[in-house]
Design a protein around this ligand. Structure first.
Ligand code: GLN
Length: 447
């Protein structure tokens, strides 16, 4: 598959031909189930779009039954930015319902398979984006990351996934899961393409009040030769499988060989991250999903009266995982439990943020696992709790609002990709990309 950088040099005729071929290739591979539909608009470089990002006049459903039939009335800001830069949305890709999940199994459209081994999950919630790029069925894709949903599927499918600093990319037109954590980001074949796509979609937007109003672009000044100080987290690694530990050791050697300085740091036990995240995310999700009442958007089940219409629409329209989160979110926000759960989670969130800030006083980047294992087999994560625990390495980054990039380091004995992430201080995407380019070159991963 050609890279984004290469695709941006193609003529209109070459792109038209490329898109016809791409469409034929996607249609010849239906079992992967990465695309929900192909819906090419505009004549730019085709980009796959996660089904929670609005493209005007397209269906957009966040992978849910409740939004069947809903047509986006306007473009998300990122879509306008893509179009202005000569890129075009090309098809909606599959995701966990409302971006809740780590395997893309909770989608209304059925599960997506891992392109490297169809017995394994592609990761989630941006599993369709990762599988499309990993299978050579997309040049690049947009995903969203609330607690790891860009970085973890990227790691499972052997591609690059980047979560920008909270506020760097407008959330206007993104279906909200947990508004204080959600960020849209690039999923690409290599680090340079991620920087190119990041530059295109980032920047100020008056339509998003949490937008950080910073416009610095990184691509023209990418510098993989910079010598950086990079923290490792040896204690953190104890929860990881041998594959992850091997990749971690390999990455450290590669970074040292590139002339970077490695220092060891420690963080709070990551089990606190899980609690703080799942309380915060479900509380916000409960509030965000209250709008799906059968009156304003998508599907409606007519009930005996208005209240019954609400109940039946939501009972039929939401899947099990979404219902579980709505229940959890209402519980942690309910009077009597609010102080014990929600307020405590916000305090923990501050501690996590402070911990990162303290580490970044001494270092430029942190090297961390993305997931405790390579992509599990379907059914291997037996309970919702096991799935939540598998997010242990990604969610603190969202709680602290930091930028991070996941990239493939090696393959394990079974040929599955093993990814790791670099994490940078808030708004320091420049250093994140510089260090990632250096690591990518040093490990020489071949898809
Ligand atoms: N797996 C996490 C969750 O289910 C993260 C999802 C995401 O980043 N959208 O909440």
């Amino acid at each position: 598959m050609i890279t984004l950088k290469e695709a941006l040099t193609l003529s209109k005729e070459e792109l038209d031909k490329f898109k016809d071929d791409l469409k034929a290739k996607i249609e010849a591979n239906p079992e992967l189930n990465a695309y929900i539909d192909i819906n090419s608009v505009g004549d730019g470089v085709p980009i796959a779009i996660k089904d929670n990002i609005q493209v005007k006049d397209w269906s957009v459903t966040s992978g849910s039954k409740i939004l069947q039939g809903y047509i986006a009335p306007y473009n998300a800001t990122v879509i306008n930015k893509l179009t202005e830069a000569g890129l075009s949305p090309f098809g909606r890709v599959n995701m966990d319902e409302f971006a809740m999940g780590s395997t893309t199994e909770s989608s209304f459209y059925g599960k997506t398979l891992n392109p490297i081994n169809p017995e394994r999950v592609p990761g989630g919630s941006s599993g369709g984006s990762a599988a499309a790029v990993g299978a050579g069925l997309a040049i690049a894709a947009l995903g969203s990351d609330t607690g790891g949903s860009i970085r973890q599927p990227a790691a499972f499918c052997g591609i690059v996934g980047m979560k920008p600093t909270y506020g760097r990319v407008s959330r206007y037109g993104l279906g909200a899961y947990a508004s204080s954590l959600d960020q849209i980001g690039p999923m690409t074949q290599n680090v340079e393409d991620a920087a190119i796509l990041y530059d295109i979609i980032s920047g100020s937007d008056a339509k998003d009040s949490t937008n950080a109003l910073k416009d610095d672009k990184v691509t023209p000044s990418l510098n993989p030769k910079r010598k950086l100080t990079i923290a490792t987290l040896p204690k953190y690694l104890e929860n990881a499988s041998q594959d992850i530990k091997t990749a971690y050791a390999k990455a450290i050697d590669a970074l040292k060989a590139q002339g970077h300085t490695i220092v060891e740091k420690e963080m709070l036990d990551a089990k606190f991250d899980i609690s703080a995240y799942y309380i915060t995310a479900t509380a916000e999700a409960t509030t965000n999903l209250a709008r799906y009442d059968g009156v304003r958007y998508g599907n409606r089940v007519e009930g005996k009266n208005l209240e019954d219409t609400f109940v039946q629409t939501r009972s039929e329209g939401f899947g099990d995982e979404v219902k579980r989160r709505i229940l959890l979110g209402n519980f942690v926000l309910s009077s009597g439990y609010y102080e014990a759960y929600y307020v405590k989670a916000q305090k923990t969130r501050h501690i996590i943020k402070d911990e990162y800030a303290k580490i970044f006083e001494d270092v430029d980047l942190i090297l961390s696992p993305v997931a405790p294992t390579v992509a599990p087999k379907f059914g291997e994560l037996a309970s919702p709790m096991e799935m939540y625990l598998s997010d242990i390495y990604t969610i603190s980054v969202n709680l602290a609002g930091l930028p991070a990039l996941s990239l493939p380091i090696m393959k394990n004995a079974e040929g599955m990709p093993v990814g790791l992430q670099l994490i940078a201080a808030a708004y320091d995407e420049q250093t994140l990309f510089d260090g990632s380019l250096s690591l990518e070159a040093a490990v020489g991963y071949k898809a």
